[in-house]
Each structure stands twice: as C-alpha cells, then as structure tokens.
Design a protein around this ligand. Structure first.
Ligand code: NAD
Length: 252
C-alpha cells in the first residue's frame, strides 16, 4: 500500500482517532487544520497533501470540501447533516472528471458488511412468507435521535427487497401492536453503549438474527482511511457501496 500524505481537516474526536490509525498504517499527516482561520489553509504545506480527510461540522463542510477540490486535492468527507450542499458538490464532481471525492454517512466497514448481508437475506426472504422481520437498536443515553440512521437504512433496504411483505416501517416498543405490512423498529437508550443493531427474521419454527455491535469510534476512522487509500487511485465520486462492492467481488 502506498504511503499517503494526509491533510486532516477537523481535529475533534474523529480527527484525532483518524490521525492515530493513519500513522499506524504507515501514512504521514502533513497538515492538521481545526478552524476556518487556520493559517495552514493558505500554506504551501497543504498543497503537498495527496488527500484530505474532512470530519468537521455541517455548517463548514461544503466550503472546506470545495476549497480542497479547487486546490486539486482529493477529499474524503464524513461530516453529516449538509445534504443540499452535498448534492450540489456531488453534481460538480460528476461533471468535472478531474476531481476525486468520497462521502459516506457511516464509514464503518462492519456496518456496511452488515447492510450488504441484510440486503441479501431480505431478498431471499421476499418469497418465504413465514418470516417476519423486526429491527432493534440500542445506543448510549446521549443520543437524541431515534431510531438511529443505521436502523432506518436497514429498514429501508429490507422494504426495498421485500416489496411483497413490507410497505413501510414504524418506531414501536411493541411489534405485536402494528399492521403486518409495517416493519417494526424498537429503540433503547442505555448507559454508554456505542451502538448495537439487530435485524431479526422470525418464523413460527425458528429465528435468524443478524447483529452488529460497535465497540467505539475506531471503526469509522479505519473505514475513512481505507476510503482514502481507495480514493487516492481514482477520479470521480464514490461512497461505501463502491468500496464494499470491490471487497465483495475480490472475495468471490
Ligand atoms: P467534533 O466536534 O469532535 O470535531 C469537529 C472539529 O471540527 C472540531 O475540533 C472543530 O474545531 C473543527 N472545525 C470546525 N470548523 C472547522 C473548519 N472550518 N475547518 C476545520 N476544522 C473545523 O466532531 P466529530 O465527532 O469529530 O464529528 C465530526 C463530524 O463527523 C460530524 O458531522 C459527525 O456527525 C460526523 N461523523 C461521521 C461519521 C461517519 O462514519 N461518516 C462517524 C462519526 C462522526
């Protein structure tokens, strides 16, 4: 694997873990920028970066990523919550073939494998009417949104693959109380749990469970670095599905 010169844009919780894992994978961090006023934005050091990894905040992500792309630096961004501007930026990258950009709302390799396996199981289950699906998620007590974005993605992918069975999903503590064609999601907020998701396929005679449990933020950071290694050799716009497709193809 080629050693990359990485610029870290955002040196908060994610930026710090990304730095640790980048160094352990033999990469160099040539610039660390943690504010819009950093003098490093104007420095020649930033221009030497092979790639930038951006984890900041929704109010600054669009301007950060545009500036980096203007400089000809490929960008991996994990900042969430800037959907409209993100759509415009993706359009720009798709029309200007000299640019490289990778964005994902969840960089965890494990979660993305979990999505792929769940999708395959749901596809098979669409024609086996005995199985009912439910989703459970547990997160730390500080998490404000429920259900989690990951649980919603799981549900939407099941609904897409099981059109014979499901028309929508609902957040409910009691799956028995909702209509048959609505996929139930239950959310629990508990202590400091980083994140547990279970997709449960139950028939009258057995149950199949797919479960993902995160131990911390390291999984997101590792995924972002793997995305940087993937993007360094490519032009265009990519997301986790593109990178996962490559892994899945290699293993077949
Ligand atoms: P954080 O608040 O700990 O860190 C953000 C950092 O960005 C801060 O240190 C802040 O000083 C810095 N910053 C603010 N404006 C800046 C600017 N203009 N230029 C450079 N730096 C600037 O947040 P975090 O936990 O590191 O998360 C950052 C983002 O990543 C959030 O949007 C979060 O939702 C997202 N996130 C995504 C994933 C994923 O897998 N995609 C995983 C975890 C977090």
């Amino acid at each position: 694997m080629k050693s990359l010169k990485i610029a870290l844009i955002g040196y908060g919780r994610m930026g710090r873990i990304i730095e640790e894992i980048a160094l352990s994978r033999g990469h160099q961090v040539v610039a660390t920028i943690d504010s819009k006023d950093s003098p490093l934005w104007q420095s020649s050091t930033l221009a030497t970066a092979d790639i930038a990894i951006e984890f900041t905040s929704p109010s600054v992500a669009a301007s950060n990523c545009s500036t980096l792309l203007d400089m000809g630096i490929p960008v991996v961004s994990g900042t969430t919550g800037w959907n409209d501007e993100l759509t415009s930026l993706i359009e720009r990258v798709k029309t200007d073939h000299s640019l490289s950009f990778f964005w994902a709302s969840n960089f965890s390799i494990g979660v993305n494998l979990f999505f792929a396996l769940n999708r395959q199981l749901a596809r098979v289950m669409n024609s086996i009417m005995e199985y009912h699906v439910s989703i459970e998620e547990t997160h730390h007590k500080h998490k404000l949104d429920a259900p989690s974005g990951t649980a919603i993605t799981l549900a939407e992918e099941i609904i897409e693959e099981m059109p014979e069975k499901y028309k929508g999903w609902a957040l409910t503590p009691n799956s028995a109380s909702i209509e048959e064609n609505i996929l139930p999601i239950s959310s629990t907020r508990l202590g400091e749990v980083p994140g547990i998701h279970t997709a449960r396929y139950t028939s009258p005679v057995d149950v199949i469970e797919l479960k993902h449990e995160a131990f911390g933020r390291q999984g997101f950071a590792l995924g972002a670095l793997m995305a940087a290694e993937f993007l360094a050799e490519r032009k265009g716009f990519y997301t986790m599905q593109d990178m996962m497709a490559l892994f899945i193809k290699k293993s077949c």
